[in-house]
Design a protein around this ligand. Structure first.
Ligand SMILES: [Zn+2]
Ligand SMILES: [Zn+2]
Length: 340
């Protein structure tokens, strides 16, 4: 089968590799679509991403497909099932696994980072990581289950309540999902802060009430104009030190600031501890997607989270290197690789 293997910084090669035979409790999935994530880009650029990689390795961890082969003891799945797959596996033995925090597992392994991932025609995965895709959800949409599952984990921790004013900073793929979650959770006002006009308009179409261009709009004036007393929750989806600082600066009293976007491991943000004290802020982060995959599927099938406008490009597996080299992923939305 064809697979896009990462060898070293800037080097991704589509080559022929064998399909791994399933072990007793594993299945082989024929991959339909696989989304390009910031993590893949960080790895391609030779930066330390959110996970360790062992090159050469097939990248990709956000995908959909169908089951083509079963291990001898697999019971809950059958050939032909349309599925999406949680890429993360936990050891079940460490301190964190033993204390209800498996996503902080010291021996977590991930498809597309430590193990071969989904920029390939087939992948062999444990049965327990596989989730059925509803009939009314397309393979393209189902490839977004993983990013939605990560958003749910972060969103749950914000504790957004009915009537809240929520500010989403950065409305790329993740921000557009967060906007929808906030609106459906009962936020009365969702403010989308985004310099890119297309993305800002998309946020409004998906439920944001106010669009702010941080390069030209004065947020204080915007808050005055709309009679907004307090920003109760802030979700930074951009992952830059500047956006993290902006998020803390404009967070209201008693606010929760969720630093969801991934910054570089060596980035340092400026923070006035006095702000944290005076406004009694809570600042949190969110890592991967514990126990949220099934819910992500339901958000898609119910139509509560819509991703059709988030997916902007579909590229053949053979052309994947171009996507990374020409920075196509940095356009207006999600790039999916058509794998089969
Ligand atoms: Zn991802
Ligand atoms: Zn563990």
């Amino acid at each position: 089968m064809k697979a896009a293997r990462f060898y070293e910084k800037g080097k991704l090669v589509v080559e022929d590799v064998p399909v791994r035979e399933p072990k007793e409790y594993e299945v082989v999935v024929r991959i339909r679509y696989s989304g390009i994530c910031g993590t893949d880009v960080h790895i391609f650029d030779g930066e330390k991403g959110s996970a360790e990689v062992n090159p050469p390795v097939t990248l990709g961890h956000e995908f959909s497909g169908d089951i083509v082969k079963l291990g001898v003891s697999v019971e809950k799945l059958k050939e032909g099932d349309r599925v999406s797959v949680d890429p993360n596996t936990y050891c079940g033995k460490c301190y964190f696994c033993a204390n209800g925090k498996k996503h902080l597992c010291t021996s977590m392994t991930g498809l597309g980072t430590a193990l071969d991932g989904s920029f390939a025609e087939y992948i062999t995965v444990p049965e327990e990581n596989v989730y059925l895709v509803a009939d009314n959800v397309s393979y393209e949409e189902a490839a977004m289950t993983e990013p939605i599952s990560c958003c749910i984990h972060g969103f749950d921790m914000t504790g957004v309540q009915a009537g809240d004013t929520v500010m989403v900073v950065g409305t790329g793929n993740i921000g557009l999902i967060m906007v929808q979650l906030a609106k459906h959770a009962g936020a009365t006002t969702v403010i989308a802060v985004e310099p890119n006009e297309k993305r800002r308009e998309k946020a409004k179409l998906l439920g944001a009430d106010i669009g702010v261009n941080p390069m030209s709009d004065n947020l204080d004036e915007v808050l005055n104009k709309y009679n907004i007393n307090n920003i109760d929750k802030v979700i930074d989806c951009a992952g830059r030190t500047s956006t993290a600082e902006y998020s803390v600066k404009y967070a209201g009293k008693g606010a929760m600031v969720m630093l969801f976007g991934l910054t570089g491991p060596d980035d340092i943000m400026g923070l006035h501890p006095f702000d944290v004290f005076k406004k009694e802020l809570t600042i949190k982060g969110s890592f991967v997607n514990p126990d949220t995959f099934e819910r992500a599927g339901r958000l898609l099938s119910s139509g509560v989270v819509k991703v059709d406008s988030i997916i902007t490009d579909i590229v053949e597996l053979d052309d994947i290197q171009k996507v990374f080299e020409e920075r196509l992923y940095a356009k207006d939305g999600k790039v999916l690789i058509k794998c089969f």
